[in-house]
Design a protein around this ligand. Structure first.
Ligand SMILES: Nc1c(NC[C@H](O)[C@H](O)[C@H](O)CO)[nH]c(=O)[nH]c1=O
Ligand SMILES: CC(=O)[C@@H](O)COP(=O)(O)O
Length: 209
């Protein structure tokens, strides 16, 4: 046994300034109270520890964890289209999207308007947040597997860091503790780690070695 071992994320030794980053949080409305605690943790870490501008944190919701990968994929695509259109406007040149089959109409109006007005920067990272709690059927096992694989796939396919902020818990107490909401106050809000992880991975993505 190591005396000073404590379970959890060790802070990075590399500078983690997120002041130029734009981050998307997609969260579920299933198990909403606990999810909100995790979202708050992620925002707190990004703003207070990494100087991410609050207006550069975009928050969207979906029904349940199963919907997270699809929403992340679509919202990444929309933000990249908007960024390309913004670059095109600046250059006053031919439409960069011509011939790419990426017309604005590919994105539903509701998701397009979710971006802050005037903002053109594509997302640098995404945090998918949800809470799965085991019930009495096999539903939990199937959703856990699908969401885990789906979120990994969105990240690898898009080339953008997508943080797996999904708790997979056997009961409500486990979830509360991992959101730092347990009565004893011994738990740890994993949202903090996910916020830091998103900044670290976004910076790693553009790092030149
Ligand atoms: N049981 C939980 C769910 N289930 C809902 C699914 O995620 C999905 O919304 C539905 O099957 C429609 O596609 N979602 C959670 O986020 N957490 C759960 O514990
Ligand atoms: C399909 C469902 O959401 C639900 O019937 C699953 O039930 P359980 O959470 O008890 O496994």
């Amino acid at each position: 046994m190591i005396d000073d071992f404590h379970k959890g994320l060790e802070p990075s030794t590399v500078s983690q300034d997120g002041s130029n980053l734009r981050i998307l949080i997609v969260h579920t409305r299933w198990n909403s109270a606990i999810v909100q605690g995790l979202v708050s943790g992620a925002k707190k870490a990004m703003i207070e520890q990494h100087n991410v501008k609050p207006e550069n944190i975009v928050i969207e919701s979906v029904p349940g964890a199963y919907e997270l990968p699809f929403a992340a994929k679509k919202l990444i695509e929309v933000s990249q289209i908007r960024a390309a259109e913004g670059a095109n406007d600046l250059m006053g040149n031919v439409n960069l999207l011509d011939g790419l089959n990426l017309s604005s109409s590919a994105a539903p109006a509701s998701t397009v308007s979710a971006n802050p007005a005037g903002s053109k920067q594509a997302f640098d990272a995404v945090i998918c947040i949800g809470v799965l709690i085991k019930g009495s059927t096999m539903h939990f096992e199937y959703i856990c597997e699908a969401v885990t694989q789906g979120i990994m796939r969105v990240g690898l396919d898009s080339g953008l860091p997508v943080i797996f902020g999904v708790l997979t818990c056997l009961n409500e107490e486990q979830a509360l503790s991992r959101a730092g909401m347990d009565k004893e106050g011994k738990g740890h809000n994993h949202g903090l780690d996910w916020g830091s992880g998103a900044v670290e991975m976004a910076l790693l993505k553009s790092r030149t070695l």
